[in-house]
Design a protein around this ligand. Structure first.
Ligand code: SF4
Length: 924
């Protein structure tokens, strides 16, 4: 039965004809619904043939195409229509999710879906007539432009949409401008009283709810980081391990908000996953219940590459994009007008929208390659990135992520806005975030990017990218030395790899000194690699030990070429600096901002080139014990993607301690697994506290959950390693026993795909949909939304799902891990293992990963579920990864299936073979 909000809606719906059939394909079958209400089951070939003849309404065309095995399938995608009618609104991209978003009844079987799609399409089209349609502005112009691009929905939309009486304002004039605010004065010195902290906590937790002792203790401990710092370079640092369910978010928000208001300062809260970032936004609303106040006090910050660049969008709308990519650009423009913050990744742009457009160019709409021209941009005053950066100066709470914290610190960005009080939640991820941020890679892909940044587009390149000389033309004409430096840099950049470099290397015909170095690297890697990855088509690598003569000679030439580039870039940086400190008449506010922007991106490039030169020095000289260096060929399914030399810090927390921790006044690093299965020494090493002169203080609180009653770990002992059929069979049996609600974690994409291929159809026929990362053409965030929304669905995935899924309640009741997550035995791991205690180091990593995976299962006091490990070889020493008191049994698959089917009962508890002793030092 259809539900409508009003008689008017119903009438509008009845008046909206739609003369197209609908197509639905799942793993259980394929159905076509005709306009007269008939539904037919059809085969793949017939469905593809009919879709080629007549446009059909479908939901998520790429997914339907994949189910049909017909990649070129196209039609009237309901999701695209939804994105047009309701830009910036959330909807789970399934029939049930659409029904919820539109306020109509969902289909109850696959067979009902085609008719449902037609009803949903008519409902959406009927909205175009509704007088209270909030997203009307801009729709007419967008529909006209989309019609010129032959978007299949455009005629149906224009048939209903009334032409506005006045011409519509175009997007770029509708967006609000940000305002420059005066610099913030340094925070006042305040001391937080214990009573005030507890009162603030009680008010955040809410009138009727009781605060728990663990949470009160946590808030008190967290308040200590806001005490006045005793000595420069010695922040008050607290390491706090707080078990799941303690309520640590409110625990630290209480003293943080109190301090921010009293001191008139800003507290930066950094997370690793988007799930926690979203949760923090929700929790912070308790501090500022009034929405306007909340908006001015709490700011979410992400890396620039997350935000829509308006100039790139304008370019795309005006012919920079063609075909389907241009259609996407118009739908993104619809969204931009209604978006809260312009965040394209994890913000209010539906994560599924870009995935509907293959080879979509959505990344070209963000500022990924540093082509921002700052104040030289006509949209500078409306730019989402600039607005977010300005609001964070005035905010009391900035919610950021570890990657942004590292990149801002490493590249000296936002100097005036440098965080002084920092809370790192999910602190166990700090090491990995630092590891990738402080990595250096002298590879073909990296060097060609630099070439394009200096020289600009070459050959048939499209887009608005400009080289240095075009970006700084006014500088060159005003300052002779600066102009000469630009020209010298342009000439030197010609030594860098250009288009087609991979092909030239494969043919043995490298061009220029850097390509010759890469060719020598490639030959040495092929000669020495012992990872046996050659046949699998995966990456190859070899240590940079005793390099052969060809690599040594080529490295020396490459270093000379890079020096020739670094010199003029450095001179140019100096000229720009001189210009800003003694400005010429023409350097008005906007020109100055542009020059300062150029200085920032220039200094980052100079640092990169200098880092490459020092890496090359290692190729011809002695080892630097601070770093691990190796040579690698990156491959994907047998195709070479990149080649070069890599460098990582042996301990990446060293630079973090110097440039993030030491300049700050107070730092809290917290997580449910901060000690990562080790001791406090491990937590100190993983957070950088080890490198501080003033020792960090420690706090721990155990989880209030009753793991003995809420969870059970089953180690299945009769699945033979390497038996793909048995592995898939085990997954199918467990998912069936559980009735869905399963998160399946894999350590290899290959095994995930083979398991999915073997069981997805079978499960779908039983009404148990299966989704998978790396298989379904859907982004990970949307997959989790779909999984959360359907208690019968199951989801398979790899690393990102081990720590990024927050699904409390019935939707997640069984976690399956296909095997022990052994660390990848690569060169970098070997070096760190050698330094950090051999097998103990491995065990800590494995325990941490198992604890994170287990942590997905029990998210609230009402959650119950099983954790199944499909591996007989689980040493008992690793079982401390699970919370104290969690029952663990070694069982056959049949027993595991029986347990999952029965659910948790007191009798089952009696059958424990092993029960972990209550270990107070494990505060899970
Ligand atoms: S200021 Fe930079 S990032 Fe912002 S819209 Fe303009 S070019 Fe894009």
């Amino acid at each position: 039965m259809l539900l409508f909000r009003s008689k008017y809606d119903y009438q509008m719906f009845m008046d909206t004809p739609l003369a197209f059939p609908a197509l639905h394909a799942s793993h259980a079958g394929i159905w076509v619904g005709s306009i007269d209400g008939q539904v037919q089951t059809v085969g793949k070939g017939e469905a593809a043939g009919r879709a080629a003849e007549t446009p059909m309404v479908m939901l998520n065309a790429p997914l339907v195409a994949q189910r049909l095995g017909y990649p070129d399938l196209s039609g009237l995608d309901l999701l695209e229509l939804f994105a047009f009618v309701y830009p910036a609104r959330f909807a789970v991209p399934t029939p049930k999710g659409m029904a919820k978003a539109l306020g109509i009844a969902p289909p109850t079987t696959d067979q009902e879906v085609p008719q449902f799609l037609l009803v949903a399409a008519r409902t959406l089209l009927a909205v175009l007539d509704a007088p209270d349609w909030a997203e009307r502005e801009g729709a007419w112009d967008a529909a006209q432009a989309l019609m010129r691009l032959r978007w299949p929905w455009s005629n149906l939309i224009l048939a209903r949409l009334k032409k506005p009486e006045k011409p519509e304002r175009w997007l770029f004039s509708r967006l609000p401008e940000w305002e420059e605010a005066p610099p913030r004065t340094p925070p006042r010195v305040v001391t937080l009283g214990a009573e005030a902290v507890q009162q603030q906590l009680a008010s955040l937790v809410g009138g009727s709810a009781e605060t728990r002792q663990g949470q009160r203790d946590f808030a008190q401990a967290a308040a200590e980081i806001f005490a006045p710092r005793a000595r420069k370079g010695e922040p008050n640092m607290l390491l706090a391990e707080a078990g799941t369910g303690i309520g640590k978010t409110l625990g630290y928000l209480a003293p943080a908000s109190l301090w921010a208001t009293a001191a008139d300062g800003t507290v930066w809260i950094s997370t690793f996953t988007k799930a926690l970032q979203r949760q923090l936004v929700r929790e912070a609303q308790r501090i500022y219940p009034d929405y306007e106040t909340f908006k001015s006090k709490v700011v979410v910050r992400k890396g620039r590459e997350n935000y829509l660049c308006l100039l790139n969008l304008e370019d795309a709308l005006q012919g920079g994009f063609a075909g389907r990519a241009a259609i996407l650009a118009h739908l993104v423009a619809r969204w931009a007008a209604y978006s809260n913050d312009g965040d394209m990744i994890g913000g209010d742009l539906p994560g599924w929208l870009p995935t509907l457009f293959r080879r979509n160019g959505s990344t070209a709409l963000t500022d990924r390659r540093g082509e921002c021209i700052y104040a030289g941009c006509p949209h500078y005053k409306k730019c989402f990135i600039e607005r977010a950066s300005r609001s964070s100066v005035q905010a009391e709470i900035v919610i950021a992520n570890h990657a942004l914290m590292m990149v801002n610190a490493a590249r000296g960005r936002d100097e005036l806005n440098r965080p002084s009080r920092i809370i790192f939640d999910e602190g166990h991820h700090l090491f990995d975030a630092a590891d990738s941020m402080f990595a250096a890679a002298l590879t073909g892909q990296e060097t060609i990017e630099l070439r394009r940044w200096v020289i600009g587009p070459e050959g048939k390149a499209r887009g608005r990218r400009r080289g240095l000389s075009a970006r700084l033309a006014d500088v060159a004409s005003y300052d002779e030395e600066g102009g000469l430096a630009i020209e010298m840099a342009r000439m030197a950049a010609e030594a860098l790899p250009g288009d087609g470099w991979l092909g030239r290397l494969a043919e043995g015909a490298p061009s220029g000194p850097i390509e010759r170095f890469l060719a020598a690297v490639r030959a040495m890697v092929f000669a020495r690699d012992e990872t046996n990855a050659t046949e699998g088509g995966y990456g190859l690598e070899t240590e940079l030990a005793d390099p052969d003569a060809a690599v040594v000679d080529a490295a020396a030439d490459a270093a000379v070429a890079l020096e020739a580039l670094a010199r003029p870039l450095t001179v140019l940086g100096q000229r720009l600096e001189a210009m800003v400190s003694d400005p010429p008449d023409w350097l008005d506010g906007s020109a100055r901002a542009r020059v300062e922007g150029a200085m920032a991106s220039l200094s980052w490039r100079i640092d990169t080139v200098r880092a490459w030169i020092s890496m090359l020095a290692r190729a011809v000289g002695p080892v630097d014990s601070e770093f691990v260096d190796w040579l690698a060929i990156d491959r994907f399914e047998g195709r070479e993607m990149d080649i070069g030399m890599h460098r990582r810090w042996l301990d990446p927390m060293k630079p973090v301690a110097d440039i993030v921790l030491k300049p700050s006044h107070g730092v809290l690093a917290t997580s449910a697994t901060l000690r990562s299965g080790g001791d406090w020494k491990n937590a100190e090493a993983r957070t950088g506290a080890l490198h501080l002169d003033k020792p960090a203080t420690h706090f721990s609180a155990i989880s209030p959950f009753d793991y003995t009653a809420q969870a059970e770990v089953l180690i299945v002992t009769d699945i033979k390693k390497g038996d793909a059929a048995a592995l898939a069979g085990a997954y199918a049996a467990l998912i069936t026993a559980s009735g869905g609600g399963v998160l399946g974690l894999f350590t290899a994409i290959r095994r995930l795909r083979s398991t999915y291929a073997r069981i997805a159809d079978r499960l779908a026929r039983d009404g148990l949909p299966l989704y998978a990362q790396h298989v379904d053409p859907i982004d990970t965030g949307t997959l989790v939304d779909i999984f959360r929304d359907d208690p019968h669905a199951s989801l398979l995935g790899t690393d990102a799902l081990r720590d990024g899924v927050d699904v409390p309640g019935h939707s997640l009741r069984l976690v399956i891990m296909e095997q022990i997550p052994w660390p990848r035995p690569d060169i970098l791991h070997r070096a760190r293992r050698l330094k950090n205690g051999g097998i103990d180091f491995d065990d800590r990593i494995i325990r941490a990963k198992m604890a994170q995976a287990f942590g997905r299962l029990i998210r609230s006091a009402d959650d119950k579920g099983h954790f199944v490990l499909l591996s007989s070889a689980v040493p008992s020493r690793l079982l401390t990864a699970f919370p104290p008191g969690t029952p663990v049994r070694r069982v056959t698959l049949a027993e595991a299936v029986a347990s999952v089917k029965t659910g948790l009962s007191p009798d089952e508890k009696l059958r424990q073979d092993i029960k972990i002793s209550l270990d107070e030092s494990n505060p899970f």
